[in-house]
Design a protein around this ligand. Structure first.
Ligand SMILES: [Zn+2]
Length: 275
């Protein structure tokens, strides 16, 4: 383990918390098709703009004891928790990998996954800014030294997209022939939208994932994401509890596990195959 200068770790943590604050804005506004820049943050209760000193990541929430300064409305605990998570991710990446492109890669990837998991869980949407925007960042970072090769990133992106397209095509085929019923998927549909086995957002997301972890990583992500999804949803299905499936949440969990433990998992699997 490389332990970088403590100052750099602290600086990264502060940057991560600030980024988390912006991620909160993105998670709230992107699914509503609102600008993430204007207008400045305001309280959803009283509509008053939030002053900069009431918008300091983590600290303001503690100072205000989780309530709006003006109207006293509760501020969601999600805000400080996301800021704390990104703070830990960015500080941890630099502490573990040093001030490097590898650390930047890991921190950006985990931040994107957190954004995707939150928007998919709350709105059943994976914003293009996270998936396609993230794909661009992933491909660009693969050109920097110390990470995966650009070719692996490109093949990973294509593989992630292609793999889910095959699943989607098969699922949609089964839907069209009535082998599965649309209402069994219990999706949240826009007016006029036909039920689909998988959303396009999941495909675009997996292209992004592939650009960060390469083709081996994206296969492992799909496997782990499906495994988590089945483990979580099988009991619900057996209990006949209908809930839309935010597959992006499980894919995010699988992708994070792939980043943090992928080589260990693949090594363990390979050891099982050896005589
Ligand atoms: Zn207020």
């Amino acid at each position: 383990m490389v332990l970088a200068e403590p100052v750099l770790v602290v600086f990264s943590g502060v940057f991560g918390a600030m980024l988390g604050s912006f991620l909160n804005v993105c998670v709230y506004r992107l699914p509503r098709n609102e600008s993430v820049i204007l207008p400045a943050s305001h309280c959803p209760g009283c509509g008053k703009p939030i002053a900069w000193y009431d918008n300091v990541p983590l600290l303001s929430y503690l100072a205000l004891r989780g309530r709006c300064r003006h109207c006293g409305q509760r501020i969601s605990l999600q805000y400080p928790l996301v800021e704390l998570a990104t703070c830990v991710v960015w500080a941890g990446a630099v502490a573990r990998l040093g001030p490097s492109f590898a650390a930047l890669n890991a921190a950006v990837f985990l931040t994107l996954l957190l954004g995707i998991a939150l928007t998919d869980a709350q709105h059943y949407v994976i914003p293009d800014e996270f998936s396609l925007g993230g794909l661009g960042v992933g491909l660009a970072l693969s050109l920097a030294p110390g990470g995966i090769e650009p070719l692996d990133a490109a093949i990973g992106a294509a593989a992630g997209c292609a793999l889910l397209w095959v699943v989607k095509a098969g699922g949609d085929w089964a839907l069209a022939r009535g082998l599965i019923r649309g209402d069994e998927l219990s999706q949240v549909l826009e007016p006029g939208e036909k039920p689909a086995s998988l959303g396009w957002g999941d495909l675009k997301m997996m292209a992004m994932v592939g650009s960060f972890v390469g083709w081996r990583g994206v296969l492992l992500t799909a496997f782990l994401g499906s495994l988590v999804g089945v483990l979580v949803f099988l009991p619900l299905v057996l209990l006949k509890r209908r809930a839309p499936v935010p597959f992006g949440v499980f894919l995010s969990a699988g992708a994070a596990a792939t980043l943090l433990a992928g080589p260990a998992i693949l090594g363990w699997y390979a050891s099982l195959l050896r005589p």
